[in-house]
Design a protein around this ligand. Structure first.
Ligand code: ATP
Length: 373
């Protein structure tokens, strides 16, 4: 059973560097034993936020509690947190056991007890009997596990992870995502993970905070931030999406009619935010939400909405994630995922196809210029 009590609570946490606000009134709670990711582009303030939680940087204002105690003014080594750095920061001249036992030695724990705890934690991360090996005698994935063991041996309430998979090659990164998630579940420790890689955040997290310009735009489960993004930024940053600039031309109950800047008419379910005729809007349509229809396959049925004809502009083969770009009559390009059934694999540049999508499958937001007015 998940424990609903938060291990970490941040309230209006803010960090200013002179007149630049790097973290802007950020508030969130992380329940005990959960995997929480902070996802955002480079420069959005992720590292600054993590460093405040670790105690390496002090907030300009706001509060930060761990297990119900304010951490404001508490030095890093007195906080119940531990941090895995992007480049792991293992000591190359020490063997694995000495690396893992380093923090315990600093705390003055007896030698025999250190040996016992180091062996136990190495067992738990799936590296039994490697204590005497040198750091350069193990693989990249094993180094990740040693770095986690070095933190977990200190039994922190919260483990902070600063893009630890960033330096790994693609294959190992895919493998380590699964491994990190199962290590977190096995230790039942609260993980706070920062990344600019949406796939890492989606695969591993219980909750994701999507960060932009120092603020959280949305906090939700991976499913929520992917399927019901609360802003145009989240819709564009999490997952792949076609962004279509359009103008609202009619509102009929729960249906909006829009015309894209290229002149294509679109019918969509009205968003929850108020939107009016004449308003500029951004429409986000995922490649997997668009269906390809062969020419002549009933697409001229007058009841069909959001059907357009186009020409294959390019075929992007990427195994199970293959897609095509389709140029419609207005010259606009749409990225469309190819179905897993193997249909349409014979498509080539210049082939004529139809695309269609369901009005409920898009997200629509007022265009940024409209928001400022
Ligand atoms: P990345 O993914 O590239 O590491 P990030 O999201 O972690 O980016 P931060 O490192 O937190 O971003 O930086 C946020 C903003 O604060 C950046 O514009 C950065 O230049 C600025 N910043 C960070 N540290 C300082 C500092 N010590 N003095 C002044 N500005 C800083």
């Amino acid at each position: 059973m998940p424990n609903p009590h938060p291990d970490l609570v941040c309230r209006d946490l803010t960090k200013n560097f002179d007149d630049f606000c790097a973290v802007d009134h950020v508030s969130f709670e992380v329940p005990q034993g959960s995997f929480f990711s902070i996802l955002g582009p480079s420069g959005c303030g992720k590292t600054t936020l993590l460093r405040m939680i670790a105690g390496f940087q002090s907030p300009s204002s706001g509060d930060l509690n761990i297990k119900g105690k304010s951490m404001i003014g508490v030095p890093p080594n007195k906080r119940p947190v531990s941090m895995v750095f992007q480049h792991l920061a293992l000591f190359p001249t020490m063997n694995i056991g000495d690396n893992v036992g380093f923090g315990l030695r600093q705390r003055g724990i007896a030698k025999a007890e250190i040996k016992r705890r180091v062996e136990t934690v190495l067992d738990r991360v799936g590296l039994p009997g490697v204590s005497t090996r040198k750091i350069d005698q193990i693989s990249g994935g094993q180094k990740q596990r040693v770095a986690i063991a070095r933190c977990m041996v200190l039994e922190p309430d919260v483990l902070l992870l600063d893009e630890p998979l960033g330096a790994l090659d693609l294959k190992l990164r895919e493998h380590m995502k699964i491994e990190l998630k199962s290590l977190q579940a096995a230790f039942n420790t609260t993980f706070v993970y920062i990344t600019h890689d949406q796939s890492e955040a989606l695969v591993m997290s219980d909750h994701i905070a999507v960060m932009n310009h120092g603020q959280f735009e949305q906090i939700g489960t991976p499913h929520e931030v992917y399927h019901t993004p609360s802003s145009a930024f989240v819709a564009g940053f999490v997952g792949d999406a076609n962004k279509i600039d359009a103008t609202v031309v009619a509102v009929n109950g729960s249906t909006l009619t829009l015309t894209s800047t290229g002149g294509t008419q679109m019918f969509i379910d009205a968003p929850s935010t108020a939107i009016h005729v004449g308003q500029s809007a951004e429409v986000f349509l995922r490649p997997e939400a668009i269906e390809l229809v062969a020419v002549g396959d009933g697409v001229n049925d007058p009841d069909r909405v959001n059907v357009s004809d186009g020409v294959i502009e390019s075929v992007l083969f990427n195994g199970a994630n293959s897609s095509v770009t389709v140029k419609d009559r207005s010259g606009s390009l749409l990225k469309v995922s190819l179905p897993q059934t193997g249909a349409f694999t014979a498509l080539r540049q210049g082939d004529r196809v139809f695309t269609r999508w369901n009005p409920s499958q898009v997200r629509c937001y007022p265009a940024p210029a409209e928001l400022e007015n």
